[in-house]
Design a protein around this ligand. Structure first.
Ligand code: ADP
Ligand code: MG
Length: 385
């Protein structure tokens, strides 16, 4: 989908905001705290019905307002038609409800809505992912998969919900559950977790397998020196005895059953894709622990470039790239490499920066500069910052 227009109502710090996108690049610029990342968050919400900054959608509604609305209009190149996608958020004391609307019709099922706008996100936090927590790395992989496979979003949501329920039962937090019922409930949760968990696990493994070659190539180009790089999914399940014989769902179901007594003592679920990780090695050494900061960032940059190539090859059309203030975290040489790769790989790209002159994009109609000022979007021009 080609983005044309975005309209925000009561979203984050915008009472009302409207902007038109450039055919290729849209540069949102302005000082810190004015709402640039909020605009990317709005686009990400339309792509995935999720936020990349909070698990709960409540904070996306403007303080003091009860309802927020994000609307995107664009051109569906596959259908050759104009299309409008909207997400409404309604905040009540207990929860925040979301409603997805496509071309004026409510879309009840998430998977029917995801993927109409496909977006790849790249934030400064991503650059630190190799040195950060396994949770951050799992999110990093899952976000790549959200753009690749719309079923992944629903599986992650289902899995998280089942996991919270299972953990509540393990901790005996659900009052009114008799002892005999506990096992029946856990059986039901285990079956659901094994099914969704196996799909999550298999997709993550496949993603890494598909990106491996392009990742190594992109890294060699950025780094300029040949170093062996490997990219591996890490799961406790891989090493279980007899692991090769059974399919992933059976293996996960067996592992959950086998861990149940232990999990009851710990009060938490100790096996499953929520405990998995991925491992990048540089000349055989764990990059998280041994790579220099520059190398670790180059590895992530290479991963994102591989992700873009893969996305374009699979869909026949590049997804929209949302690039949040990344150049401020990179040295000039890596920043230049990134933008070179973007020019080659990206379709439409929406990027934020405090300093538009650092971004060496070509002048002309392909690029639109839009100034953001505390909760206001100023009318953009094509001429440059
Ligand atoms: N729900 C909300 N209501 C009103 N303002 C909000 C809300 N959520 C965040 N903000 C404001 O948004 C601003 C941050 O926006 P952000 O997009 O992160 O800025 P930038 O990326 O330009 O540095 C802060 O001033 C914050 O107070
Ligand atoms: Mg920001």
């Amino acid at each position: 989908m080609l983005l044309q227009h975005l309209s925000l109502r009561e979203f984050r710090n915008f009472a009302a905001g409207d902007l038109d996108f450039g055919a290729r690049f849209t540069v949102l610029h302005g000082p810190n705290g004015v709402g640039k990342t909020n605009i990317l968050e709005a686009l990400y919400l339309v792509a995935t019905l999720r936020s990349f900054r909070s698990a709960d959608l409540g904070p996306l509604v403007r303080h003091g307002a009860a309802e927020a609305r994000v609307e995107v209009s664009g051109h569906d190149r596959q259908l050759g038609l104009g299309t409008r996608l909207a997400v409404h958020l309604t905040r009540t004391a207990r929860q925040t409800r979301r409603l997805a609307v496509a071309d004026g019709k409510t879309v009840r099922s998430g998977p029917d809505f995801y993927g109409r706008l496909r977006a790849i996100l790249f934030t400064p936090e991503d650059l630190g992912v190799l040195r950060g927590s396994p949770t951050g790395r799992r999110q990093f992989l899952d976000r790549a998969l959200f753009a690749r496979d719309r079923a992944h979003i629903a599986d992650i949501a289902d899995y998280d919900k089942l996991l919270r329920s299972r953990n509540r039962v393990l901790r005996g937090e659900d009052a009114g559950i008799a002892r005999g019922q506990q096992d029946t409930l856990l059986d039901a949760y285990d079956a659901g977790l094994a099914a969704a968990g196996a799909r999550i696990w298999v997709r993550r493994e496949r993603l890494l397998a598909d990106l491996r070659g392009a990742f190594a190539e992109a890294f060699a180009q950025i780094h300029g020196r040949h170093l062996g790089v490997t990219l591996e999914y890490v799961t406790r399940l891989a090493g279980e005895p007899g692991a090769e014989s059974a399919d992933p769902q059976t293996r996960l179901a067996e592992a959950l059953r086998g861990a149940r007594r232990h999990d009851l003592m710990r009060g938490t679920t100790t096996v499953g894709p929520h405990r998995d990780d991925f491992d990048v090695r540089l000349d055989g050494q764990d990059a998280g622990a041994f790579a220099s900061q520059g190398q670790a960032r180059a590895l992530i940059l290479a991963f994102k470039i591989a992700e873009l190539q893969d996305a374009r090859a699979r869909a026949g059309e590049a997804p929209v790239l949302l690039l949040d203030d990344v150049s401020s975290e990179l040295d000039p040489q890596r920043s230049a490499q990134l933008f070179e790769a973007l020019l080659r790989e990206a379709g439409q790209c929406v990027l934020t920066t405090t300093a538009p002159h650092f971004i060496g994009l070509p002048a002309g109609g392909d690029c639109r500069y839009i100034e953001v000022d505390k909760g206001h979007i100023k009318l953009g021009g094509d001429s440059g910052p």
